[in-house]
Design a protein around this ligand. Structure first.
Ligand SMILES: *[C@@H]1O[C@H](CO)[C@@H](O)[C@H](O)[C@H]1NC(C)=O
Length: 396
């Protein structure tokens, strides 16, 4: 009896170890990795038609579904979302237009309201892993983004390659091309200058937006937007997998961090590294060197179980460190925080770092989870602060 118990117990242990090893093996393959990192096969909006945005709670023709072509010929599915007050002013002609996917967006009234208004602002939205433009808390997020000036703030959201109705398969270099195509559309098709554009990104989207922002800031002449809002960012993929827990509870790779040699060996197989901490430092350094005005807002909730909130102080530190010519250590910055951080009680805390050129702001909320936070008024405030800093007349 005892022997057979041990026999079965050891078979189960062997099976578990075998399965775990298989999982680790699979994780070293790039196809499996890309499904784990991007979750693009998990659409969430399977039973809804993205070309009928009304089923996601929008007014008739408030959203124009269309596509943007990338430099390597992928077609990205996108939504142009009109803010509510602007919609109200033009309700009758908007309702009279045909519904559904639009092949020439320039023919539509909604687009013309964006292009032809010198006071219009445009938020480029870079969503997180999984899902589509219509899933989860993204829809309330769009409302929060334009709530501060609902006559002027348009939102452009899109699905990266391999997501939803977009063509292709995701990769780090591919997603960067996607974001560049969207920026190009905003500046050259819609004709909006960078000072009237803001980037909002969440979770995996933060890595894309930081990579693209540093790329553009290093161009000559540099392209720097009115602001960048990052919600629930992560330091880089290696650090993320070390801390990631499925459904906030089951650690997958964190046990391996106790075996540093094995862990660093496995890290070599990470294909898409998304080195956000380095990219954000390059972005800040470029702007400081070029004397470009920039505004970075980094927001994270303490109860975020998908990406632990302590990724944000690290990202913040890398950004701040890059703004100081001699650098600043993590501990010294922590001391500065003790002096100047604003405690907002149950709303969390805010730390703002100002230089001659830029503002780097860290907001740690007590609650908001990983994605519910996107619909919160702190998002509206972050948008208004950025646009106002770029042009004080905006809030008049
Ligand atoms: C902080 O900034 C200094 C000065 O630019 C640099 O030498 C150092 O590598 C930076 N530290 C980190 C962790 O990036």
């Amino acid at each position: 009896m005892a022997t057979s118990f041990f026999k079965y117990a050891s078979i189960s242990v062997a099976l578990a170890v075998g399965l775990y090893a298989t999982l680790l093996g699979l994780l070293t393959t790039s196809t499996f990795q890309s499904h784990v990192v991007y979750l693009h096969a998990i659409q969430m909006t399977w039973f809804k038609n993205l070309n009928i945005p009304e089923t996601f709670g929008f007014l008739k023709n408030q959203v124009t579904p269309f596509s943007i072509t990338t430099s390597d010929s992928e077609r990205l599915y996108a939504w142009h979302i009109l803010p509510i007050e602007l919609y109200r002013k033009h309700e009758l002609p908007l309702v009279a237009e045909p519904t559904g996917f639009v092949s020439d967006i320039t023919s539509r009234l909604a687009f013309q309201l964006l292009r032809d208004d010198p006071d219009a602002r445009l938020i480029l939205h870079m969503h997180g892993a999984g899902g589509t433009v219509g899933s989860g808390y993204r829809v309330p997020n769009y409302r929060a983004l334009s709530a501060g000036q609902p006559g002027r703030i348009h939102v452009l959201t899109f699905d990266y390659r391999g997501f939803g109705r977009s063509t292709g398969t995701p990769s780090e270099s591919g997603l960067i091309l996607d974001a560049l195509a969207v920026v190009d559309w905003a500046m050259n098709v819609a004709g909006i200058p960078p000072s009237r554009i803001l980037i909002f990104a969440q979770s995996m989207g933060t890595a894309v937006s930081i990579a693209v922002s540093q790329h553009l800031a290093l161009q000559s002449p540099p392209v720097v937007f009115a602001g960048t809002i990052l919600v629930a960012p992560f330091v880089d993929v290696a650090t993320l997998v070390a801390t990631y827990r499925v459904a906030g509870t089951v650690p997958i790779l964190s046990p391996l961090t106790r075996i540093p040699l094995l862990f660093s060996y496995l890290q070599r197989f990470i294909r898409d590294k998304w080195l956000s901490k380095d990219n954000i430092a390059r972005y800040v350094r470029a702007n400081e060197a070029n004397g470009e005005r920039y505004r970075l807002t980094i927001i994270h909730a303490e109860d975020d179980y998908d990406i632990p909130w302590h990724h944000t102080p690290t990202i913040f530190w890398h950004a701040v460190n890059a703004s100081v010519s001699v650098g600043i250590s993590y501990d010294d910055l922590a001391l500065r925080k003790l002096e100047s951080k604003v405690d907002l009680g149950a709303a969390g805390s805010v730390m703002e770092w100002r230089t001659d050129n830029g503002v780097i702001r860290e907001e740690i909320l007590k609650t908001g989870l990983h994605d519910v936070i996107m619909g919160y008024p702190v998002i509206t405030m972050a948008v208004m602060r950025s646009f106002e800093a770029a042009d004080p007349s905006f809030t008049c």
